[in-house]
Design a protein around this ligand. Structure first.
Ligand code: ASP
Length: 548
């Protein structure tokens, strides 16, 4: 009797403990979201208040204000390289070639479909609202000289070249680009500054070290742009993704021989994700400072904003419809689950995207949200998110389409069907090629502009509001990746289940000491690693949140 009582008491205590643990977990999970939203609001409030301070803050003071935010950006950017390489290798090596092929194909189909849907939505909205016909005089709006000449073919070749870096170490901090170098047509000498159009003097260097002008003539350099390959600062994410995908698949096929390296990358991936969790708890402070500093430093946009208001609103409407209607609807139709509950699970990533304007920097947070909060299979997350953060940019694609049509309408160009189709195709390509860093879409937009024959320097027309639109389109880029992972997970559940069953049965048939046994144990390890998501519902997610 006593025993039963004791057992009951133990059980009640256990229940109470597990309930209080659950409540604690729910509070902790939501506390972070609450803190992140609060940090956004506080950032805007603090920034607005500081704008009224007299004398106005100097750039040094703004730098001090942004300092904690810069630290956050550094921490997130620091995690990109180890996370992309290790998660792709670890994820792909744990799948068999057939499963990874199917998952990859589904992901690519999803990326292309949703990006194209975003572009079409952007085109429909621009044609309906006609933002460019409602703005002011383009020459009033232009900021800076916007003098860049970029060739579409060169840009495409750059993207392909980036997929195959020539140096494994250098790809972590440099990428190759074709620069247009301005040459002086008269002399054939390179002009120092590519954007220099000032009159220069043709000179001859004398053997005695003196310089004399050639006949004393001043020659205005004629702009002749010559392509030249240069190395530019920045992570070559595309190259890293291609390399890691291949290495992951090869290691997975190597069986026991590949296991030590797979274990190493598994370990790097797991430990990096633990670091991500630490960084996430610091992020509210960083985000508040990033936003406050941005609000303080923006120019008074008054008139320019007025002229760009319709353009701004068209992009915002498009992003809103794509992020809160198209994507959730697609998720609901395919997965048959509440898309807004899923969206709530990735809110931390959305807020981080709004603050950092970089889907690459947000990638660690997105992965953590999907695995821990939405319970998406980690094999899918490790594969789909690094690739998605690099090439799947729905928000950027939509924005590029609207921006190019806006420029065309403002300049009074004819918008025939041929041009519209060209915009759809090139905007999709430009979004795929854009890096996941702030305002990368602005750079790749020249592909679209030059493809339809608009002056590429007209990107300067939309510069004034780009920093703000960048944040919102990055949030939609991240949301697109997140929904993609959920959808691909759902569609791939049979393959994943089969893989798990196979691993289990192989493990139980292990003959100790044989080569097969090592191979099977490797699979068993993988299986144990991913066991955490089975035992939930069929798809393994959302419900898992309660377990954590
Ligand atoms: N900032 C965007 C991103 O990181 C890219 C862009 O559209 O400029 O996803």
């Amino acid at each position: 009797m006593d025993n039963i009582n004791m057992d009951n008491t133990k059980e009640t205590n256990g229940n109470r403990k597990s309930i209080s643990e659950k409540v604690r977990t729910i509070l902790l999970n939501n506390l972070l979201i609450f803190l992140l939203i609060l940090s956004l609001i506080l950032g805007i409030g603090l920034g607005t208040a500081l704008r009224t301070v007299q004398p106005p803050l100097k750039s040094r003071d703004i730098g001090y204000l942004r300092f904690p935010g810069d630290l956050l950006m550094n921490m997130l950017s620091f995690l990109i390289v180890p996370l992309i390489i290790s998660s792709l290798i670890s994820g792909l090596s744990s799948l068999d070639t057939r499963a990874s092929g199917k998952i990859g194909l589904r992901a690519i189909i999803y990326y292309l479909t949703t990006t194209l849907a975003a572009v079409i939505l952007g085109i429909v909205l621009s044609v309906t609202i006609q933002p460019g016909s409602r703005g002011g005089d383009p020459d009033d709006i232009i900021q800076g000289d916007g003098d860049r000449v970029v060739n579409t073919v060169d840009t495409f070749l750059d993207l392909i070249r980036q997929c195959f870096p020539d140096n494994i170490v250098e790809m972590c901090f440099k990428k190759t680009l074709t620069e247009q170098v301005l040459k002086n047509d008269t002399t054939g000498k390179t002009v120092d500054d590519v954007n220099t159009t000032t009159v220069s003097m043709v000179t001859t260097n004398n053997p005695d070290g003196t310089v004399t002008p050639d006949n004393g003539i001043m020659v205005e350099p004629v702009k002749v742009y010559e392509p030249m390959l240069v190395k530019q600062d920045g992570i070559n994410v595309l190259g890293m993704v291609v390399f890691s995908v291949f290495l992951g698949v090869i290691l997975g096929k190597m069986g026991p021989r590949g296991k030590p390296l797979i274990d190493l990358f598994d370990c790097i991936c797991e430990s990096t994700m633990i670091l991500v969790k630490l960084v996430i708890w610091y992020s509210p402070i960083g985000i508040m400072c990033l936003i406050a500093a941005k609000v303080v430093e923006i120019d008074d946009l008054g008139k320019t904003f007025e002229q760009l208001a319709f353009y701004f609103l068209t992009v915002m409407l498009g992003l809103f419809l794509h992020g809160f209607l198209t994507l959730p609807l697609l998720y609901f139709v395919i997965v048959r689950k509440n898309p807004f509950l899923y969206l709530y699970g990735v809110l931390e990533a959305i807020v981080t995207a709004l603050a950092t304007a970089s889907s690459s920097a947000t990638m660690p947070v997105t992965m953590r949200c999907l695995e821990d909060r939405n319970g998406v299979d980690s094999r899918v997350v490790k594969f789909v998110i690094p690739v998605g953060a690099t090439i799947n940019m729905d928000g950027t694609a939509l924005y590029e389409a609207v921006a190019v049509l806006f420029i065309g309408q403002m300049r009074g160009f004819d918008m025939d069907i041929g041009r519209i189709i060209t915009i759809s195709v090139t905007a999709t390509a430009a979004a795929i090629g854009a890096a996941g860093v702030p305002q990368a879409g602005l750079v790749t937009m020249v592909i679209v502009l030059s493809a339809v024959g608009f002056p590429t320097e007209d990107v300067a027309l939309i510069l004034a509001v780009d920093w703000l639109l960048d944040r919102f389109r990055t949030a939609i880029n991240v949301l697109g990746d997140a929904f993609g992972a959920g959808i691909v997970h759902h569609l791939s559940r049979d393959e994943l289940q089969k893989l798990d069953n196979y691993s289990k049965s192989e493990a139980s048939n292990t003959v100790p000491g044989s080569t097969r046994s090592t191979e099977n144990n490797a699979l068993l390890n993988d299986n144990t690693r991913y066991k955490n998501y089975s035992g939930t519902d069929n798809d393994g997610y959302i419900e898992k949140e309660e377990e954590t």
